[in-house]
Design a protein around this ligand. Sequence first.
Ligand code: NSS
Length: 431
Amino acid sequence: MAEQATISTIDRFVGHEVHLRGWLQSRTDKGRLQFLNFRDGTGTIQVVVFQKNVPPEAFEAARRVTQESSCEVTGTVRADPRAPGGYEIDASSFHIVQLAQDYPITPKEHGIDFLLDHRHLWIRSPRQRSVLAVRATVVDAIRTWLNSHGFTLVDTPILTPAACEGTTTLFETDYFGEPAYLTQSGQLYNEANIAAFGKVYCFGPTFRAEKSKTRRHLIEFWMVEPEMAYADLEECMRVEEEFVSAIVQRTLAERARELEFLGRDTTLLRNVVPPFPRITYDEAVEILNREGVPITWGDDFGAPHETALAQRFDRPVFVHRYPAQCKAFYMEEDPERPELSLSVDLLAPEGYGEIIGGGQRTARLELLERRIAEHGLPRQAFEWYLDLRRYGAVPHSGFGLGVERTVAWICGLDHLREAIAFPRTLGRLYP
Ligand code: NSS
């Protein structure tokens, strides 16, 4: 009797007869020998179907099977150093579950729009599977690190009454006759949750109706947001560098094969260990103006500025204390220079830009009231948030790490759309 096996654990079955279920990736016809490149979701393996070793209908099926047909194979596992994964299956039987006709994605080059229209099929390709496997590890590393460092997961709502990150990118929907918005960030709720748990995080999809088409923006993206009571800006940066290093190092250790397949040069990723360099916004502006990437003091950085700054360092760099005018309403003031906010962004190397935004939140009721008015936000929707400054306010800090930007950086992708299974971009809601 053949044993049910998976390709990822095939080394345990050498010399045994196994049964595998999956899909045909490609086939090479050598007459009486059919070489099948077979995938089962856990890996790929070469299946050799030799006419004299299988019943006639099985050989016929192996000759007929097309790209992406679902199929089942029975055969003996053989260790063979020349085989792509080190193992091969000598088929004793083969059968087609469903014959795929005219699979649209062929080994020839396709344009990006065609591939995105066929994203539901494109995700099966080896490159896309590698990226999504890295993403799964990044997500697991995020959860594992936070869960083992005293953070409690508290889920925050998707439907919200107010903006967290500016009113220009709100996604509005109808909530029984009242306007509601898809969440831009769970931060404000995290700030309530820290009074219950001290250190919390939320992790889920967030939404920004970004009207510009760039390779670094998605409409729907995943963000993990840790928040800490009694933590100042310095503590926030210390946590960020430990966190990001842990994610990168674990992914390097567990996804070496995928990163190699993606052609990622991992030299720079190995450097991602604390401490990360820290520069102030003022220093950054000086550097940029000196190096010919001009910027006016008070403006937020664009992609070219972030790239130019990050190029100077061999690991991610913190830029802290941005002018209050270019940051969100909830930022704490720098007590020494009130025109600055206690904010910090983390810029990834190699031009991948900002992967984290965060900082210290204001604990002061009057400042918060003033900022809500200055930003033209509807005070009523923030009454509950103001309560947090009335009942047990403490200095506190937190940050948000974008999962797709992190995955794009680790994998070396040039666009975020490949870092999520079904990207939502400007003008694309299909498939
Ligand atoms: O707007 S952020 O800089 N900050 C916040 O949302 C804070 N409320 C987070 C917090 O402190 N709890 O976004 C944080 C990160 C940013 O660095 C990117 O990595 C990612 O979220 N981000 C995006 N990724 C993909 N697409 C878009 N549009 C996007 N916007 C932000």
